[in-house]
Design a protein around this ligand. Structure first.
Ligand code: ADP
Ligand code: ZN
Length: 515
């Protein structure tokens, strides 16, 4: 007798119930229709094609960009007694022949391929297989609007067109609205149904720490790690050099730590990764090259040492913590310098405007004064009705006050400097600094010179970003980050409109949210 999805779930995988949406997706696939599956990392996407693959009398093709991920998934399936295999550049010619023979003989239920391999064999032996389903994992790689575009993926449409009757399933943990539309088009999905499961990972606490100088940052991280007592965690850094520095720092402090980046050779990377998965190394300090496809459920914390380039990447990276559902902590550090550095990177290359836009949203999130989870989820199209209670802003709601006068001081400074200067110069002028550049610009003669002496540099920065977030000021990245006054800004400056600001949260208060 044919097994039902429900019995397969129990008998093969040992689970009692489907997670939300899994059953619907499986049913739709068994009915031969296309689906678009958007679920967070760890949400259980694989089951959505693995079970149909076992139901179908034929082979399921799974396209996956990462060789290490393929191997892990295939091994896990084989351990459950499923005929699964993979075909990519890492296997020998004999192994290739072996896979081809078994695939032709109907001895493989799930065949994982890299997109390059798929393209190269799609017109040879692959064409002769009895393909019943095609799953495109990490489907965001097909879109330029995603954040991890891979040109090989764009050739998948021809493959789709060669199999018009076969259901296709696109799966990803990260795609906003425009990326989704693009992915559907690029993959030639037909009348596909979108399945989005909640992206809310309630067990992850969210914390952001801004403008912490490097030495202090290292000290704070060392304290954090000590408090975590031997629990697994990941620290993401922007540069390879940083990963090594931070790892050295923690090692000197007696922690079990290793670094990981794309500059290391593959064997070394594999070794570091395996040690982490097996809990032999507790802490990995890595560039974002680390983590895709790692299925480790007990990562208890994730720290970002620098500002991520976009919210998609950030959410994916913090999502590597707490996959077992237990409380886990995430902390993001950012400095204005990260932002300026990226803005320069983004200047060249295709779709730089989009990259900048995404980066600005990332920064707005970091500087936000309202529930962070709300902001994050609304970015992915999900709207929370209540504040989350598990982020630093919820733990210390900012107090607001009438900020009109402060805003007028800043705006008037910008106007008097003819909208040509950036944040630092503005603050120096407001604070009446003796800085040589202030004098060189002739700014010590301005009426606004020194009018903001009573506010600290850091607080001024905070207020000015709030003014930008409220749309009073624009930061012109294309003009050396010069500040400009928007139409609303002019209204406030002329006293036609009042605004509210919130008090900067002091780091000590932020500390209170920790256990
Ligand atoms: P994703 O691909 O979305 O990141 P996975 O498919 O790797 O997530 O699933 C994450 C974990 O959840 C895996 O360990 C998987 O076995 C488990 N899982 C999937 N579906 C169920 C279910 N219905 N019940 C319990 N565990 C499940
Ligand atoms: Zn919150």
């Amino acid at each position: 007798m044919e097994k039902t999805p429900q019995t397969l779930l129990k008998d093969v995988f040992g689970y009692d119930e489907f997670r939300p949406l899994q059953q619907e997706i499986i049913d739709r696939t068994l009915a031969g229709k296309d689906s678009f599956v958007l679920m967070p990392t760890g949400g259980g996407k694989s089951m959505c094609f693995q079970i149909p693959a076992l139901c179908f009398n034929g082979i399921t093709i799974v396209v996956s960009p990462l060789i290490s991920l393929m191997k892990d998934q295939v091994q896990a399936l084989q351990a459950n007694g499923i005929q699964a295999d993979f075909f990519n550049s890492s296997i020998s010619p004999q192994a290739e022949n072996d896979v081809i023979t078994r695939a032709k003989n109907g001895q493989i239920k799930l065949l994982y391929l890299s997109p390059e391999k798929l393209i190269s064999v799609s017109n040879t032996w692959l064409r002769d297989l009895n393909i019943k389903l095609v799953a495109i994992d990490e489907a965001h790689c097909v879109s330029m609007w995603g954040h991890d575009f891979r040109p090989e993926y764009t050739q998948l449409k021809a493959f789709r067109n060669s199999l018009p009757e076969v259901p296709f399933m696109a799966l990803t943990a990260t795609a906003d609205k425009s990326a989704r539309a693009d992915i559907e088009m690029q993959l030639g999905l037909k009348d596909s149904k979108l399945f989005i499961s909640s992206f809310d990972r309630k067990n992850l606490s969210i914390e952001v720490r801004g403008q912490v100088p490097k030495n202090k940052k290292l000290q704070e991280i060392a304290q954090f790690v000590k408090r975590k007592k031997n629990e697994s965690g990941i620290i993401y850094c922007l540069s390879r050099k940083n990963t090594e520095e931070v790892a050295d720092y923690l090692k000197a402090d007696g922690h079990s730590v290793a670094f990981y980046h794309a500059g290391m050779n593959p064997e070394e990377r594999e070794r570091v990764q395996t040690a982490f998965i097996h809990d032999d190394t507790k802490i990995i300090v890595a560039t974002i090259a680390f983590g895709m496809g790692i299925d480790k459920s007990n990562v208890r914390w994730v720290i970002h040492y620098n500002l991520p380039k976009n919210l998609e990447g950030y959410y994916q990276e913090i999502g590597r913590a707490g996959r077992d559902g237990l409380p886990s902590e995430t902390r993001l550090y950012y400095n204005m310098s990260d932002f300026v550095l990226y803005s320069q990177f983004a200047d060249d290359g295709a779709n730089s405007a989009m990259q900048k836009d995404k980066l600005s949203r990332m920064l707005q999130f970091a500087e936000a004064k309202s529930c962070r989870r709300k902001i994050l989820l609304s970015y992915f199209g999900e709207h929370l009705t209540k504040d989350c209670g598990n982020c630093d802003v919820c733990a210390n709601p900012p107090k607001d006050f009438d900020g009109t006068l402060l805003a007028q001081k800043a705006l008037s400074g910008i106007a008097r400097m003819k909208e040509k200067e950036g944040i630092t110069m503005l603050i120096n002028v407001l604070r009446g600094s003796n800085n040589a550049e202030v004098h060189a610009g002739g700014y010590s003669q301005l009426k606004t010179y020194g009018v903001g002496k009573d506010v600290s540099f850091i607080d001024w920065r905070d207020y000015i970003i709030q003014l930008a977030n409220q749309g009073l000021i624009e930061i012109m990245y294309s003009e050396g980050s010069a500040l400009k006054i928007s139409p609303i800004g002019w209204k406030v400056l002329k006293g036609e409109q009042r605004i509210k600001l919130t008090l900067p949260v002091v780091p000590e208060e932020k500390n209170k949210m920790r256990p």
